[in-house]
Design a protein around this ligand. Structure first.
Ligand code: PEP
Ligand code: MG
Length: 660
């Protein structure tokens, strides 16, 4: 029995949907295979399935043989044709990254300040924060494959030992999951490791190798190393990170076979810097995280499980040091900067003092600013200044809320597009924008339509080679030329607007016609959604003011839109004709330059005259030295990275006090 179909599952079958698909396949007795481009793999192995790399939009065949073959094919085809399939599964981890992490992942692990000063090492800045603490070197002995040949009568008992070891590892992980001792975010990671430990491919291939006469430890090492290599070779950072999971699970099975316990982190001293070649997510998740001051690893990148756990627990981490990690083995004390990737072993008195100062200042400021978390900054005349957050991913919602964000002033949708191997579908976008709007309702949430150009390539959009991508086919220009991309995004936004607090803004606007054309598209999308019977709401449409052209036609634009949001990052580079990424002209790239401040003031005046809201979402919105000036100009919304919010609120509150 076999049937073919086009895969509609969001992002295809990797991570969560793969685990869910396998679970479904396993509920049938029949042998089930999935075939893509002539390659067939068992539908009961998530490892094989992930490695097959089935993507949304591809054609696959499901083949089953056995008593319940018809039911199996029906159910699995139904799964593949359901865009939401696997999305509600809470067992597997949602391996996602913050924009900072994506930047870190792309950045080569070189160049942070300490390394430049010749004082230390440089790695991937994987979790922010500064720390200085005693070194805790964690280098458990390597598992050695002895490649022992088994006698014919030794094979059956060895297979039994292997099965028992796998069962023991799974049982330990199950116990950890049942015990409630794991943090919520780590639970999914451990659940995924547990699934890998019992995976048909890992267990099946190792069993075959043992049957061929190799001892169980060597067979496990061989299988997991091979699978790790296969995952490492796939062109997808999420799947690459699964290579480390294979090795971690292999190690646990080997230790169980050897009757050994892994070197424990139980006795790590308070505030220690954990130094390791690699730490399995399993080991880290059950370690006393509250005592770990920072993590430094030879392996790992910004999307690895170690990075995810460290970030979710606020532990600074520098990863990917490679073989240089061994230079830290004998260190007594280590200073680390999780923002720059610098790691300094046994810092001298001057460096220690500098780090201490930074740590103390950060702690004191954090405590002092906590008082402003729930403050609603209000000027002497009663005007409320909305201090909002700039976000790029749903995982940042909690941090924004904790910082006291009064809404979202900029949600950059490009990460959503960059993160996936192909263009995100309308349904997926609607779900994400909807979740964001709901999280902050009734506070306003401003989503920016796709702002991407030749400088940031994404799967599914061919960008021409451009001499000057910043002056090229980006933002609203690209979107209007590609309605096949723009329309689904607009429809998704209209669907998310049912929550009543969603606003939408267009990036890189330089002509009125761009707004007019967008409104036409919105009207067309409305007809389409009505035709499909899909519920949708209305949103306010605004524009970013980030080109000099937009400033110069601000009066005309203000008649067509509901709000302005000034993008000072780009506005500064375009007004000053100084590339925002070019360090040679960094001096010119200054918002406080009178030319840029005049452009901001012109925008504020045009908005005020038309009676529309004027806000700012460029980095300058969080600058304590400029906030008073922006308020004087009449801006009523300032949107910034969550970490800057409490300080900005304090500045506004003090400003209001002075005015009274
Ligand atoms: C800006 O240009 O100020 C802005 C907020 O947009 P981005 O930094 O994403 O270009
Ligand atoms: Mg911009």
């Amino acid at each position: 029995m076999e049937r073919s179909t086009i895969v509609r599952v969001h992002e295809g079958l990797h991570a969560r949907p793969a685990t869910r698909f396998v679970k479904l396949a396993k509920s049938f007795e029949s042998e089930v295979e999935i075939v893509r481009d002539g390659k067939a793999v068992s539908a009961k192995s998530s490892v094989k399935l992930m490695l097959l790399g089935v993507k949304e939009g591809q054609e696959v065949t499901v083949r089953a043989e056995g008593a319940d073959a018809i039911e199996a094919v029906e159910a699995l085809i139904g799964f593949l044709e359901n865009p939401r399939a696997g999305l509600d599964d809470d067992a597997a981890p949602q391996v996602q990254t913050t924009p900072a992490a994506v930047e870190a992942a792309k950045a080569p692990p070189a160049g942070p300040p300490a390394a430049a000063e010749g004082k230390g090492l440089a790695g991937i800045a994987a979790s922010e924060g500064v720390h200085l603490g005693p070194a805790f070197a964690h280098f458990p002995p390597q598992i050695r494959a002895e490649n022992r040949k088994l006698a014919a009568d030794g094979i059956a008992p060895e297979l039994e030992r292997f099965r028992a070891a796998v069962d023991a590892v799974r049982a330990r992980m199950d116990k950890a999951l049942a015990d409630d001792q794991l943090a919520e975010g780590d639970r999914g990671i451990v659940a995924a490791l547990r699934d890998i430990a019992g995976d048909e491919t890992l267990v099946g291939d190792t069993t075959e190798t043992i049957r061929g006469g190799l001892d169980a430890v060597s067979a496990t090492v061989a299988t997991t190393a091979r699978l790790a290599q296969e995952f490492g070779a796939v062109e997808d950072p999420y799947l690459n990170a699964r290579a480390d999971d294979m090795l971690a699970v292999g190690r646990q099975i080997c230790l169980a076979l050897l009757g050994q316990d892994d070197a424990s982190l139980d006795h790590i001293p308070e505030g220690a810097v954990l130094i390791a070649e690699d730490i399995g997510a399993w080991d880290l998740a059950r370690a006393p995280l509250e005592r770990i001051g920072a993590v430094v690893c030879g392996h790992g990148g910004a999307t690895s499980h170690i990075a995810i756990i460290a970030r979710s627990h606020g532990i600074p981490a520098v990863l990917g040091l490679g073989a240089r990690i061994h230079e830290l083995r004998e260190a007594k004390e280590v200073a680390i900067d999780g923002n720059s990737g610098a790691v300094i072993p046994d810092p001298d008195a001057q460096t220690r003092a500098a780090y201490r100062k930074r740590i103390d200042e950060a702690a004191a400021e954090r405590t002092a600013l906590e008082a402003y978390r729930d403050t609603v900054p209000t000027l002497a005349d009663g005007t409320v200044i909305e201090v909002a957050a700039n976000l790029g991913a749903l995982e940042e919602i909690d941090a924004a809320r904790e910082a006291g964000a009064m809404g979202v002033g900029l949600f950059r949708t490009e990460l959503l597009f960059m993160r996936h191997m192909h263009l995100p579908s309308e349904d997926m976008q609607a779900e994400i924008y909807g979740a964001l709007a709901k999280a902050f309702a009734p506070a306003p949430v401003i989503v920016r339509t796709l702002d991407i150009g030749g400088d940031k390539p994404i799967a599914g959009i061919e960008f021409p080679e451009e001499e000057n991508p910043f002056l090229g086919w980006r933002g609203i220009r690209m979107c209007l030329d590609r309605p096949d991309i723009f329309r689904p995004q607009l429809r998704a936004l209209m669907r998310a607007a049912v929550h009543g607090n969603l606003k939408v803004m267009l990036p890189m606007v330089s002509q009125l016609s761009e707004v007019v054309r967008t409104r036409e598209l919105i009207a067309e999308c409305e007809t389409e959604l009505k035709g499909r019977g899909v519920p949708f709401g209305q949103f306010e449409l605004g524009v970013m003011i980030e080109t000099p052209a937009a400033v110069l036609i601000a009066r005309e634009l203000a008649k067509e839109v509901a709000f302005f949001s000034i993008g000072t990052n780009d506005l500064t580079q375009y007004v000053m004709a100084a590339d925002r990424l070019n360090p040679t002209v960094a001096g010119l790239n200054d918002v406080s330059n009178p030319a840029v401040m005049t452009a901001i003031e012109m925008t504020a005046r045009a908005g005020k005259e038309a009676g529309i809201m004027v806000g700012m979402c460029g980095e300058a919105a969080g600058r304590p030295d400029l906030i008073p000036e922006f308020i004087r100009m009449g801006l009523t919304e300032l949107s910034m990275s969550p970490a800057s919010i409490p300080r900005a609120k304090k500045v506004i509150v003090e400003l209001a006090k002075v005015a009274k």
